[in-house]
Design a protein around this ligand. Structure first.
Ligand code: PLP
Ligand code: MN
Length: 368
């Protein structure tokens, strides 16, 4: 159930009820501008990943700065964006199951919605759903370019699957999905360059083999916040799928030569206990902030270290003797932004210490 917003426009940040998901609008807009400026000279376009923000509002802001569309990871995210007016969506993932495919085909009537496949059985079931819905669905072949998650092998297996897609009157071959997930958080630039060098090479070869069989790739998609500069410079990728860049989480900040973005997303928390000397406890535990990629950082308070999360408690050590007051608000930088966003109904947009806007997180929640 949608919760009422924790704030109203015009309120001071200290008045926002907590825990709340705060978006620092100056930092956020600077991140969107920085990505647009970095990609402009490369020729690669941004198709930002909406699994991070789950919001048609943010999608529109990205597209106003030149993004050609949005990626999503599941049908429910595609629905939130299509119903929010986003015209060009790629499900950068496989979709299996009759109900989901019927929903996908229904969406294809209001937006362009492409989807990926790494198995001929998916091609057959999606073609059947497209036929039943009276639509033609663009389909990309996902290749495994190094992460060993999803994807057929690059080369002949990918070409065979592309030919199966191209043979269906209910589908259109849309190109290649070639995302290297495990490269994003490799800590050194050398490791990231090696991983994406390999990914770009196997992708390049597959594009070439497809061309020899008369199949063009309108989209060659991949790249995330940790490596997008490498894919964009490769000359192989046409679309970059970074998502976290808009918010810049704590884990990306731990990369060496980290991506050049500012932390813009915070969980605002209130200090609710100081009973133990040297300890402060906030009302944001791991139900309020995702900890799968490490504990949150306390923003702009280097003397405070978040050391333990339970359901509704966050334990901070006071390392510089400068204990926060009871009731004091602290900004926490999530270790991982995507699942943190998924815990909230509203972005509370702030600028200059005041609440400026409240944006619904329309695609949040467990629905696939
Ligand atoms: N593209 C795909 C298919 C992904 O699964 C992801 C993240 O897992 C991304 C792009 C990039 O995400 P981010 O920039 O948030 O790391
Ligand atoms: Mn993520």
């Amino acid at each position: 159930m949608l919760q009422p917003p924790p704030a109203e426009p015009g309120m001071r940040e200290e008045e926002v009820d907590t825990p709340a998901l705060l978006l620092d609008l100056d930092a956020f807009e600077a991140n969107l501008d920085a990505m647009a400026a970095l990609l402009a000279p490369t020729g690669a376009k941004l198709r930002a990943h909406a699994k991070t923000h789950k919001s048609a509002v943010i999608a529109r802001l990205q597209m106003a700065r030149g993004a050609v569309g949005q990626c999503v990871q599941k049908v429910a995210e595609a629905e939130a964006l299509a119903w929010g007016g986003i015209p060009d969506i790629l499900v950068s993932n496989q979709v299996v199951g009759g109900r989901k495919l019927a929903r996908l085909a229904a969406l294809a009537k209001i937006s362009s919605v492409a989807v990926c496949a790494d198995d001929a059985e998916q091609v057959a079931t999606i073609a059947a759903a497209a036929e039943a819905g009276g639509v033609r669905i663009p389909m990309l072949v996902e290749i495994d370019c190094g992460a060993a998650r999803c994807g057929v092998a690059p080369g002949p297996a990918a070409v065979a699957l592309a030919e199966t897609i191209a043979a269906s009157p209910h589908l259109r071959f849309g190109g290649l999905q070639s995302y290297h997930g495990s490269a994003q958080h490799k800590r050194t630039p050398e490791e990231r360059a090696a991983a994406i060098g390999h990914a770009a090479e196997v992708t390049r070869r597959t594009v070439e083999q497809l061309r020899q069989r008369g199949l063009d790739c309108p989209i060659v998609g991949g790249g995330g916040t940790g490596t997008f500069g490498l894919e964009a410079a490769s000359g192989v990728y046409t679309e970059i799928q970074a998502g976290s860049y808009a918010f810049m989480d704590g884990d990306y900040a731990r990369n060496q030569a980290p991506p050049p973005f500012r932390h813009s997303l915070f969980v605002l928390a209130t200090v609710m206990s100081r009973a133990i000397p040297g300890v402060a406890v906030v009302d944001a535990g791991h139900k309020a902030v995702a900890i799968d990629s490490g504990l949150p950082l306390v923003h702009d308070r280097p003397g405070l270290r978040y050391v333990g999360a339970s359901d509704e408690h966050g334990k901070l050590l006071v390392e510089d003797g400068n204990a926060p007051a009871l009731g004091e608000r602290l900004r926490l930088v999530p270790g991982h932004c995507d699942p943190t966003v998924d815990r909230y109904d509203w972005y509370v947009g702030v600028r200059g210490g005041r609440v400026e806007c409240l944006w619904p997180i329309a695609a949040r929640g467990g629905m696939a």
